[in-house]
Design a protein around this ligand. Structure first.
Ligand code: GAP
Length: 453
């Protein structure tokens, strides 16, 4: 079944729909509330997707917090309404919205080509359009049982404000000196006018954000350092460097809080688009929170006996968007040609093993008790160290392909020799090479292979 020793052509992903259907078929991502017809732009992570998403978060969290100059935080989604006044989100976090009076489509006017070039509706081409008006992207709700203006509250549109309002709590409790950073992973909400492209732009999403507090004047140096650090993160997890680039923001693109900004862009099937934002936020946020809260948020530098409001370098990436980038980059179709001329296609999700939902799958060669009993025990043995699957249905070839498609780095086959030699066959996802390994050595073998993948 496997393609060893055949000529192989590799096809990469060129259409998001291929990934959407693989995600549904194999249990990565489902449309939210599907049995009710779905809810626009909302997605649920299934059995494989939830595992992989945890792995994506773990990779980011470890890269950020296993440093001597970083602490973590888990702030609440609901914050004091004044936070959003101070941050500028109440007055400035909006997109220009246009209504088509002909087909009733609503769209963002600042990134819609048909509107920017010809003042036409992207849906029906009509020019019978409203003037653009600013639409605030924050979701508003009420705290407590009475709904009136006095208890209006927002779902946070970014996790970053939790870092700023806790700057002093984190600094004083950890006794870290500037420069140091605060990292967090959490849900954010934006009432996007035009969500889309699967999990690329949604209204509910998870962010992984880090604020690095530095002495004013050193900000440009740290901005450059963080650009390099973040790029090397993507390379470590095997994203093809040709699919990554920096996009510096011009003056008209800069967010209201930013002194300088650069996006890390990834080449998604719809083209290069923002994956992560890296911003020099200057002292904007801490100064604003000082003003609005009345609390002095200056940092006292004991060594130099000086006080200042730190500048902030921010790195911000969407977990869902990164998940999508990893999936897009890992997807490949290996098309092999038989001598007879017939073709065979192997779909492989070549994920870095740290990100793959399962590291190993145990496959008994037959459903006979003689093999399944040992296989189930082996599954439990491996599960002490790894996320493991067990699969006894269909032919061995089909089962290998199923695992290739979900990115499992190793398959372990228990066969009729196992009882005699106490060994199993381990098959490698990418090379399809097979080796015979003793069952007692299996955990340490897999562990070593995963570490040096
Ligand atoms: N605190 C800064 C900030 O939130 P941003 O560029 O607006 O900056 C950071 O967002 C990252 O969050 C983006 O690069 C993207 O990965 C992710 N993100 C933003 N809006 C999103 C959405 N509607 N859906 C999915 N991810 C989103």
């Amino acid at each position: 079944m496997d393609n060893l020793n055949k000529s192989i052509t590799i096809k990469r992903l060129n259409d998001l729909n291929t990934l959407v259907s693989l995600s549904k078929r194999r249990g990565f991502v489902f449309q939210s509330s599907e049995i009710y017809g779905g809810l626009g732009s909302c997605w649920d992570y299934g059995p494989l997707g939830s595992l992989m998403k945890l792995n994506v978060k773990k990779a980011w969290w470890q890269a950020m917090t296993r440093r001597a100059d970083m602490v973590g935080i888990d702030a609440s989604i609901l914050m004091h309404p004044m936070v959003w006044k101070a941050s500028g989100h109440v007055d400035g976090f909006s997109d220009p919205l246009v209504d088509c009076k002909n087909c009733k489509t609503r769209f963002r006017s600042d990134n819609t080509d048909s509107y920017l070039n010809e003042k036409k509706c992207p849906q029906c081409g009509s020019q019978n359009l409203s003037e653009p008006r600013q639409f605030n992207l924050m979701f508003k709700t009420h705290m407590g049982p009475v709904e009136d203006g006095s208890n209006a509250i927002y779902l946070r549109p970014e996790t970053a404000q939790g870092h700023f309002v806790n700057f002093q709590n984190c600094q004083q409790s950890s006794r870290y000196k500037v420069p140091f950073g605060i990292a967090a992973i959490g849900k954010s909400f934006r009432n996007e006018i035009t969500p889309g492209n699967f999990i690329f732009r949604t209204r509910e999403f998870e962010q992984m954000e880090m604020q690095y507090f530095v002495k004013p004047g050193t900000d440009e140096k740290y901005f450059e350092q963080w650009k390099e650090t973040r790029m090397s993160f993507y390379l470590k997890y095997n994203i093809n460097p040709e699919n990554l680039r920096f996009h510096p923001h011009g003056p008209t693109e800069l967010a209201h809080y930013a002194k300088a900004a650069v996006d890390v862009q990834y080449k998604f099937p719809m083209g290069f688009s923002e994956l992560e934002g890296i911003h020099n936020r200057s002292d904007f946020d801490l100064t604003q929170h000082s003003k609005f809260s009345g609390k002095n948020l200056e940092y006292f530098d004991e060594a130099n006996k000086e006080k200042y409001i730190p500048y902030v370098i921010e790195t911000a990436v969407g977990c869902d968007r990164l998940f999508l980038a990893f999936m897009c980059d890992a997807y490949r179709e290996e098309v092999s040609k038989e001598e007879s001329g017939s073709e065979d296609t192997r779909i492989v999700l070549g994920l870095h093993p740290d990100l793959a939902p399962y590291k190993v799958t145990v496959l008994p060669l037959s459903k006979k008790e003689e093999l399944t009993g040992v296989s189930e025990k082996l599954r439990d043995q491996l599960a002490e160290d790894f996320d493991v699957l067990y699969d006894e249905t269909a032919s061995i070839g089909k089962r290998y392909r199923r695992q290739d498609e979900i990115g499992t780095p190793f398959c372990v086959t228990v066969d009729f020799e196992t009882a005699k030699d106490q060994a199993v066959t381990i098959r490698h996802r990418d090379s399809m090479v097979q080796e015979r390994i003793s069952m007692t050595q299996l955990n340490s073998y897999v562990s070593k292979k995963l570490k040096n993948f």
